[in-house]
Write a protein of this length. Structure first.
Length: 318
């Protein structure tokens, strides 16, 4: 993204009433003008969130430390945590070095993805049904190991006492390491255990988009109304601005039509464009049971990830 496009993106956020600029990637710290762009966002009064994998050159890390030191209450580093036993040991170590120098600015997140080869969204079975809750746990390492590791990192480096959990969704008309639809209920059970262990350590847990109510047990739902409010209905257009200046609804729909942001455009207008496009496509929920789902009828769920919904509908047509 060029400085001119970045300035236009900040104008877009300002018109839209969005108070924070979120720098995503790829790896935003590898951008040749990262420091200048980040400082410009702070100069214009935005809070700054840098979403990083943590494997960055020393010079880029020093730049980020300087930014955080200059505006400690305005800068958040969202670190997508690498896990021992799942991820490369060099990445785990690199993230430890980042935590050493940026701990109080860091919020940890974990994204769960498919452990095997990438799969195309269209490969998911059109008639997929909700798998039974008795399916075996899928996490490697285990939920207990993940919770222990993350809590230890938070305490050791004085990172923010919160963890954000997300699921890799399939890219519509693409292929990536998304969690198979048949594993969502088993993953929900693992997440329940992880949440319980984190809460016991006074660590706040939040959910990213795409988690759905039927992943979780009735007991968990009854005891966690705040988290359940973050499931089911959060799948909607984020409106991410690309390096060329156009926008996508979200990463999972990055191959859907893009929106051109006019000189006076706002995020609300972008959301309306993407919503209208989605509603014009065949879609009926990610499971066959979605048509008669009580959560959906009550407005507690929109049928799951939109990319999954589109893929299922199109598989049914083929």
């Amino acid at each position: 993204m060029s400085p001119d496009v970045f300035e236009a993106a900040l104008d877009f956020l300002e018109r839209s009433g969005v108070p924070d600029a979120r720098l995503l990637g790829g790896e935003p710290l590898l951008h040749p003008h990262f420091g200048a762009l980040a400082r410009r966002a702070l100069e214009r009064g935005f809070a700054l969130t840098v979403m990083t994998g943590g494997l960055v050159p020393d010079e880029a890390l020093a730049e980020l430390v300087a930014l955080a030191d200059s505006a400690p209450t305005a800068v958040t580093v969202f670190l997508n945590a690498a896990l021992p036993g799942r991820d490369d040991a060099a990445l785990v170590a690199a993230q430890g070095r980042m935590l050493e120098v940026l701990g109080p600015q860091v919020e940890l997140g974990v994204t769960f993805w498919r452990e095997a080869a990438p799969v195309a969204a269209s490969a998911e079975v059109a008639s997929a049904s909700v798998p039974p809750a008795s399916a075996p746990p899928r996490l490697v390492p285990s939920a207990a190991s993940i919770a222990s590791f993350l809590v230890d990192r938070i305490n050791r480096y004085a990172a923010r006492p919160s963890i954000r959990l997300g699921v890799a969704h399939p890219v519509w008309h693409g292929a990536n390491a998304s969690v198979p639809i048949t594993e969502l209920r088993a993953l929900g059970r693992d997440i329940e255990q992880l949440v319980s262990l984190a809460e016991a350590a006074d660590v706040h847990v939040g959910f990213d988009c795409g988690l759905i109510p039927c992943m979780f047990s009735p007991d968990f739902a009854a005891g966690h109304p705040r988290l359940m409010a973050q499931t089911g209905t959060r799948c909607g257009p984020v409106v991410d601005v690309l390096p060329e200046g156009d926008a996508i609804a979200c990463f999972a729909l990055s191959r859907a039509p893009h929106a051109v942001l006019g000189a006076d455009g706002t995020r609300a207008e972008g959301v309306a464009v993407f919503d209208a496009w989605f509603e014009a496509q065949p879609h009926a929920g990610i499971f066959s049971e979605c048509a008669a789902c009580a959560h959906r009828a009550a407005g507690r769920c929109g049928g799951g990830c939109r990319a999954r919904q589109l893929a299922r509908a199109q598989a049914g047509e083929s």
